[in-house]
Design a protein around this ligand. Structure first.
Ligand code: DMJ
Length: 617
């Protein structure tokens, strides 16, 4: 018998035999028979073809589809223009295998500057609506990329003064660059728009300048500080018919002025603080004494947002450090009384879950609204931070604040803490009417630092253990992205067999130059002296320089941390980049624990240090 002749083509015949009941089985057998009849070459070609299809479609397509099916159509301009397979680089460069390698190789997920050089990551340009923005390739790459790499290596092994000085200088360089942009294009206005070389107004009160005052003082930038001081003394007026947000103006303006007064002893700043503080007080004239969100500081009127009579829980419970301090300095109890009343009411309210609070509170009846939703992210975050920090500010005497804080941390552990798959990253998710969501805002990354601060002030040691785990997670939120910068929100995978721990939806890919992770790195380094935290901060600073620095001055928020070639800048430098992010980076690189000692100062939620009250007992 002759063997059947080999075919060099593939024929596919449609199944037409078999009953309905055994159809599946028949099709399987038929396929298998056809497969066996193919030559080895034919089988190899088919397998190769299938393999290539798999590589090309994963993970970009699945992610793209998931974003759409979740109903999350991005408003980002780049999402419209982005090529179909924007993630090719990710799957090759920063996918789960690399995470595993890093965890195994370094034991801590650190990417050293040397590693980045080996990987040959290109110093990018930022393109924005057709414009090409030089990200200071020549200056920064040469300075930071080469000499700082070398210094960091020294620093890690020896922590020499020389390398510490260089790291500090790198932050000063970044600050000077940001400040130059603000000075040239936005002087006296709220925020720099670095690409359009203009500015945007929020309150029309020189927000960036005020937020940056104490940073300049701490960084020792005397010339810059003096220019800014002159503007505050001669130009800043609060007698303006303008609506301001109570929380934002308290933490940035009142907090910034009080802190600068303490650091400098210059009473001009205290006078300005008193002025804005008293102009904010009408916000508390509500039926419930829970303040409205907005105040007109010129007219002395206050109101909630147009669409609701609710205020945000984090906002009404994160103004206490500043108003309490204002009362102490002025000997006028009205400020402290107003914010203490809010805490007293929130303490007693129904609707909490194991110390966790909902996100909204009604200014008419003083009750929580939108109950059943719990997060450590936006709208609730700094409630927890200020429980601990008020307790510290007041000399650790106000037991109710401490009890609420400790109970809330237990509530986090019980209800919101989970581990991701495959690498077991500890994260804080959200709860909605009993349903857990593995969503975590970058804002939550304040928590490792706050937990560490609590442990430093005598709270249980397991708070520090949790801080370390969450710190690792927050850093992974940076290094697993193609730009090495964290997105605004991540989702963790929890099901067994996941191939990567972190997913990012299309609408969540932006980075606003936020401080929370470097804030926590600062606390972790202060308390542990583990240099890996400095390394992590250094990597983050490098990536801010690489992807957000605008050559004509300033840094910009970006829309897309997942595509180094198309970051899609937003043309905005938030005031907290100077007020917080760069300040915490500077303090992280300093080995001097007396530079804003954490036994003498407590930082408000905008990174403005306020004194811990001296004990009168
Ligand atoms: C800052 O204004 C404060 O840190 C606030 O508590 C949260 N949001 C920004 C920074 O991300």
């Amino acid at each position: 018998m002759h063997p059947p002749s080999r075919k060099d083509y593939i024929s596919i015949s449609l199944a037409g035999q078999g009953t309905y009941n055994n159809g599946k089985q028949w099709r399987r057998q038929s396929c298998w028979r056809k497969w066996k009849q193919l030559s080895r070459l034919q089988r190899s070609l088919i397998l190769l073809f299938l393999f290539m299809c798999g590589i090309a479609s994963y993970p970009a397509v699945t992610e793209h589809l998931r974003g759409l099916t979740d109903g999350e159509r991005s408003t980002e301009s780049n999402s419209v223009l982005r090529p179909i397979f924007p993630q090719k680089k990710l799957s090759n460069k920063r996918g789960p295998p690399i995470l595993q390698n890093r965890l195994q190789k370094k034991g801590n997920g650190t990417v050293t500057v040397e590693e980045k050089k080996e990987k040959g990551e290109a110093e990018g340009v930022i393109s924005w609506r057709g414009a090409v923005v030089d990200t200071d390739k020549d200056t920064e790459e040469a300075k930071d990329g080469e000499s700082k790499d070398h210094l960091l290596a020294n620093h890690k092994s020896g922590s020499s003064n020389q390398s510490e000085a260089s790291l500090l200088e790198a932050v000063k360089d970044a600050f000077r660059h940001a400040w130059q942009g603000y000075k040239d294009f936005a002087w006296g206005h709220d925020e720099l728009r670095p690409l359009s070389k203009s500015y945007s107004e929020w309150f029309g009160l020189g927000l960036t300048l005020i937020d940056a005052l104490d940073t300049m003082w701490i960084l020792g930038l005397k010339e810059e500080f003096e220019e800014a001081r002159t503007w505050v003394a001669t130009e800043l007026t609060f007698n303006k018919n303008v609506d301001v947000n109570l929380f934002e103006s308290t933490i940035r303006i009142l907090g910034g002025l009080l802190s600068t007064y303490h650091l400098t002893g210059d009473t001009m700043f205290l006078d300005k603080a008193k002025d804005i503080g008293s102009r904010l007080m009408p916000a508390f004239n509500t039926p419930s004494k829970i303040p409205y969100s907005d105040v007109n500081i010129g007219k002395g009127t206050a109101h909630p947002p147009r669409w609701t009579s609710d205020s945000t829980v984090a906002e009404v419970t994160s103004i206490q450090l500043e108003f309490r301090e204002l009362s102490r300095l002025t000997q006028d109890p009205q400020y402290q009384d107003a914010v203490a009343e809010v805490m007293k009411q929130v303490h007693k309210l129904d609707g909490k879950l194991d110390g966790l609070v909902p996100m909204f509170i009604n200014t008419n009846n003083g009750q929580f609204t939108h109950q059943g939703i719990f997060t450590l992210g936006a709208r609730a975050d700094s409630y927890y931070e200020y429980l601990l920090k008020q307790w510290i500010q007041g000399g650790k005497k106000e037991d109710q604040l401490l009890e609420d804080y400790v109970q809330a941390i237990e509530g986090v552990k019980k209800n919101l803490l989970q581990k991701s798959s495959p690498n077991g990253l500890t994260f804080v998710g959200e709860l909605s009417h009993g349903q857990f969501s593995p969503k975590m805002d970058h804002l939550v990354c304040f928590l490792p630092g706050t937990l560490a601060l609590g442990a430093h002030h005598g709270l249980p040691a397991d708070h520090m253990d949790l801080a370390k785990q969450l710190m690792e997670t927050c850093y992974q939120m940076y290094i697993q992205m193609e730009t090495g910068l964290s997105p605004e929100i991540v989702h963790f995978n929890m099901h067994e067999g996941s191939i990567r721990d972190i997913d990012v939806k299309l609408a969540d890919r932006h980075n606003l130059l936020r401080p929370e992770t470097v804030e926590s790195l600062f606390y972790m380094y202060r308390f542990t002296k583990d240099h890996k935290y400095q390394d992590w901060g250094w990597n983050i600073l490098q990536n801010f320089n690489k992807y957000t620095k605008v050559s004509s001055g300033g840094y910009t928020s970006i829309n897309n941390v997942r595509d180094p070639d198309y970051t899609s800048p937003r043309d905005k430098m938030e005031s907290f980049f100077l007020g917080e992010t760069l300040k915490y980076l500077y303090l992280l690189f300093s080995d001097d624990p007396s530079l804003i000692s954490l036994d003498e100062y407590v930082f408000n939620t905008e990174a403005h240090p306020l004194p811990i009250w001296p004990s009168t007992a």
